[in-house]
Design a protein around this ligand. Structure first.
Ligand code: ADP
Ligand code: MG
Length: 696
């Protein structure tokens, strides 16, 4: 039997070879299956006929019923347009076309009744519609309650293809296809009470009412998310069964010594919980792949250190990899100070480590006397060989790609446990997808005694007050960051505003020392300036977002972010985390132009009302869509889903994941009766990643 995947769209009534070619080029629609998976982006209510007399204000797309009184062509050449005067008996409006003028003039007649559907616009007190849909009342396109509006490209529109054409073609395809094959196992349909696929497809393209439309959409979303999760989970199930972890049965002198003699403060409950989760993994004989998400300052480093000490207690080595040299150095210094009393040998390896020290590191790694190696991605260079690497910590993982993670695994015949730490909280459902192969732990509690950062939204005309406040902080001996956005497309301009800002700050605070850092500087120069600030040899740092990662200067109490509206929320949150690291009250001032749009103001006001990174990430994802959230870009996860939306369909993501896991648990090869459709469907959807042998 032919399925929609076997039928090319050029055979669908109304399409033909030329349009089929356009559809493929513009929308990647080649088969009927593709066509049916081109879902409406929204629906309009076509149960109501509006009256022109009642048009007012900002109008949605509406339909009206009436007759053309006259047609005239106006303008010349490229500006030529066809204008129809349309009356519904209550008033008149103009209907305007800029394209296909001749064909349309022949097509529509004055005096005949039409249903016109489009978005009314008001201009100089006259209403008009540009390129509306025009149909005789008896046409299929003009009837029906809810009508899908289909996404199109500019080119398709220019070629005269409208949402209505797509609608008609889909109707034609649907009536030619007897039965759209089911792609979910019967047990799944039953368990989650889903609409069958054939019914859902017909409903979503031609809804009877809102209730059945919602059920149809839910079914199709579930299906899409289910296969996405099945594909991700298949890999981790495969790895779990084929890769053996290094078992850490012992808790010994390193861990216990640290806990009872060195640890300078009690752990928070969240830190304890995450340590228990890690302990459970590494004790189990399976290989751990765990992501620890925790806001800036939540104390991830101590957790990572204690996990590394477990590795040492079991006769293996550990390493910690950080994205920048400064951050690696800071980690190294923190760790070394903490473990010195225990006789743990820690060393630092970065791009600028001298040959002599490098040789010592290589030797000690191979003879096993080096316990913990801290560094940048110099760690994954080929000539770095461990005697027995048992535990890998990666800080700020999104700066490292998945491939780099895999290269660390290859440093040992037995795969080490991997702990990824990130201060970019991402919503749980997104984490389930982006880090589908990682288990997720969350440190959702800050150590006690921190004063929450006070965040303020201020406008350019309040600058004098802001500078006065900066002056007050400086006079108390505190340090201040001033941050400028640097956005690729506009680099020159941005750099200029940074330089101007630097001059203004120097003039405004003549008795204080100001440094200046941006991404275009030589790394050595940048490090030098940052170090001046870190050692309090400078009071004010004017910088671009290069300070986002790394620097820890507890004495810095204030951050001013210029043009705050140009940053994403998650990024603002990251930046803000640079202050509030000491015991003092800290401030973050978001500066914007005097006039900002309402939704921009809303975004920034959210920043002033909460310091909860998860809440901010959630809001950011809803506003910008999941594909734009930092940390998701290199994931390789296709975010251009057809109908589901990871940002807003969180609950369905969880159900789909649960369902995929249950099926894989019960039937790992996916070949049990009732599951016949699973492998072929996966192969169709994810053909490029289908072969399990290609990944570790
Ligand atoms: P991040 O999660 O941002 O990496 P860090 O690990 O750098 O946070 O910790 C931030 C600061 O909090 C450090 O100075 C650290 O010593 C301190 N800290 C960590 N855990 C606790 C705790 N349980 N109680 C008090 N201070 C803590
Ligand atoms: Mg950290």
């Amino acid at each position: 039997m032919k399925t929609p995947r076997d039928i090319e769209v050029k055979f669908v009534k109304g399409i033909g070879p030329a349009r089929a070619k356009l559809l493929e080029e513009e929308l990647k629609i080649r088969t009927c299956h593709d066509l049916l998976n081109h879902f409406p982006s929204h629906y309009v209510d076509r149960t109501q006929i509006y009256l022109i007399r009642n048009f007012s204000g900002e109008m949605p797309s509406v339909q009206i019923k009436g007759r053309f009184v006259t047609f005239t062509t106006q303008g010349e050449g490229a500006k030529m347009r066809l204008v129809g005067l349309f009356s519904d008996g209550t008033a008149t409006m103009e209907v305007v076309w800029f394209k296909r003028i001749k064909a349309l003039k022949d097509l529509y007649q004055t005096g005949r009744e039409y249903i016109v559907f489009g978005k009314p616009q008001e201009f100089n007190g006259r209403w008009s519609m540009v390129h509306p849909e025009v149909d005789p009342p008896e046409s299929a396109a003009a009837t029906g309650g809810l009508r899908g509006i289909y996404p199109l490209t500019e080119k398709l529109r220019n070629r005269g293809i409208s949402s209505r054409n797509i609608f008609m073609w889909i109707q034609n395809a649907l009536s030619a296809i007897k039965d759209i094959p089911e792609t979910l196992p019967p047990e799944v349909i039953e368990r989650y009470r889903l609409t069958g696929r054939d019914r859902a497809m017909r409903e979503v393209h031609n809804p009877q009412d809102n209730g059945s439309l919602q059920r149809a959409r839910e079914r199709l979303k579930f299906e899409e998310l289910f296969y996405l999760q099945l594909n991700i989970q298949r890999f981790s199930h495969h790895r779990a069964s084929s890769v053996q972890g290094i078992p850490f049965p012992r808790i010994g002198r390193f861990f216990n010594g640290f806990y009872s003699e060195v640890l300078p403060f009690p752990l928070t409950d969240a830190q304890k919980r995450v340590l228990r989760e890690i302990r459970k993994d590494v004790g189990s004989g399976k290989q751990m792949n765990r992501l620890v998400q925790g806001d800036v300052g939540s104390g991830k480093t101590i957790v990572a250190l204690m996990a590394m000490l477990m590795a040492l207690d079991n006769g293996t080595q550990a390493c910690l990899m950080a994205p920048t040299e400064i951050l690696a150095t800071q980690h190294y210094e923190t760790l070394r100070a903490l473990v010195a009393p225990l006789g743990v040998n820690v060393r630092l390896l970065t791009g600028s480590t001298r040959k002599k020290d490098r040789d010592i590191i290589h030797r000690e790694l191979e003879d096993g006397s080096l316990h913990i190696l801290v560094g940048t991605h110099a760690l994954i260079e080929d000539n770095v060989r461990f005697r027995r690497l048992g535990f890998v910590v990666i800080d700020e993982q999104h700066r490292f790609g998945v491939m780099q993670r895999a290269r660390l695994w290859q440093k040992n015949t037995q795969v080490p446990h991997v702990l990824v730490m990130t201060a970019t909280p991402i919503p749980r459902t997104l984490a389930m997808t982006v880090y589908g192969d990682l288990d997720v732990s969350v440190i959702d509690e800050l150590p006690p005694g921190r004063k929450p950062i006070t965040t303020l939204l201020r406008y350019d005309n309040q600058r004098t007050d802001v500078y006065r406040a900066i002056g007050r902080e400086l006079s108390k001996g505190r340090q201040v960051y001033i941050v400028y956005p640097l956005i690729q497309e506009n680099e020159k301009l941005d750099l200029r505003s940074l330089e101007e800002g630097y001059e203004i700050i120097k003039d405004s605070f003549p008795s204080y020392r100001v440094v200046y850092v941006h991404g275009k500087m030589k790394p050595s120069e940048k490090d030098f300036q940052m170090k001046l600030f870190a050692e309090h040899k400078a009071d004010i740092m004017v910088a671009t977002t290069v300070i986002e990662v790394g620097v820890n200067v507890p004495n810095a109490s204030t951050m001013v972010i210029e043009n705050a509206e140009r940053f994403g929320l998650s990024q603002l949150h990251q930046l803000r985390g640079r202050v509030g690291r000491g015991a003092e009250q800290s401030y973050c001032v978001l500066m914007t132009k005097n006039r900002i749009a309402g939704d921009t103001r809303k975004r920034l006001e959210l920043m002033t009302s909460t310091t909860d990174g998860f809440l901010i990430a959630e809001a950011d994802m809803k506003m910008r869509g999941p594909g734009d959230i930092e940390g998701t870009l290199q994931s390789g996860i296709p975010f251009d889903l057809h109908i589901a939306n990871i940002a807003t369909d969180g609950q369905l993501v969880e159900l789909a994941r649960e369902c995929a896991c249950d099926i894989l648990d019960a039937d790992p090869p996916l070949t049990a009766p009732g599951h016949e459709m699973l492998l072929p469907e996966l192969k169709q959807l994810y053909s490029r990643q289908f072969d399990l042998s290609r990944i570790s």
